[in-house]
Write a new protein. Structure first.
Length: 216
């Protein structure tokens, strides 16, 4: 009984955090750039995998609520922090798949591939829940290649922000600052059977995305 009560209390706390994040995010003077090209591709039947650095995902939560009608998927680690993030993502209208490179990664990746094939829309954090920062892990290439999705990197910048003392220098925009969500160009990262070509595509994506990482 006590365990059940604690579980419900945790759910209520996670719901509170979701609404707190939504309220905080509404203080941003938000601006979105280059969204139309990939949205048109999605509406015309294509598959899209948007991806970002772990440092910047928080700032996108407010806008990502607008994608709920597409039922996009997101892979989230099976950690206590992951439980909170998963709850927030689900409240935002995203389907969550639990797993990471360190725990149940292969199973989660297979589930993500099948879901993306059907829903045609998903998101991915390219350096995972633990980093290292600035290193694109292989999962994003595997996911895009197996599902036939085009990769669209996105980046967040803020005129004023705090940077946490964490492995990724996690960014939190300050209230009422101008926050820009910028999408990059659609990328085909299919590599074929060659391991060298697969690594070339991973490094290519890393090279494209790295300038958007804030190093403080």
């Amino acid at each position: 009984m006590l365990k059940k009560y604690r579980y419900k209390l945790t759910d209520h706390l996670q719901d509170f955090l979701y609404y707190l994040i939504r309220a905080y995010s509404w203080t941003f003077r938000f601006h979105v750039e280059n969204e139309a090209p990939w949205m048109n591709h999605l509406k015309q039947g294509g598959r899209i995998l948007i991806c970002c650095w772990h440092q910047q995902f928080f700032s996108a939560i407010r806008h990502f609520k607008t994608y709920a009608p597409y039922h996009p998927a997101l892979m989230i680690s099976q950690s206590k922090d992951g439980d909170i993030i998963a709850r927030i993502a689900e409240k935002t209208g995203w389907h969550t798949v639990r797993g990471s490179s360190s725990r149940d990664g292969s199973k989660a990746l297979r589930e993500m591939i099948e879901y993306l094939k059907n829903s045609r829309f998903a998101g991915h954090v390219v350096d995972g829940p633990r980093g290292p920062a600035g290193i694109v892990k292989a999962g994003v290439i595997k996911l895009a290649e197996a599902s036939g999705a085009l990769v669209v990197p996105f980046y967040i910048s803020a005129e004023r922000a705090w940077y946490f003392n964490s492995w990724d220098r996690f960014m939190l925009p300050k209230p009422f600052s101008r926050v820009t969500l910028r999408f990059g160009e659609m990328l085909d990262v299919s590599s074929g059977p060659s391991e060298d070509e697969f690594e070339r595509q991973r490094l290519r994506l890393e090279e494209i995305m790295k300038p958007g990482l804030h190093v403080m």
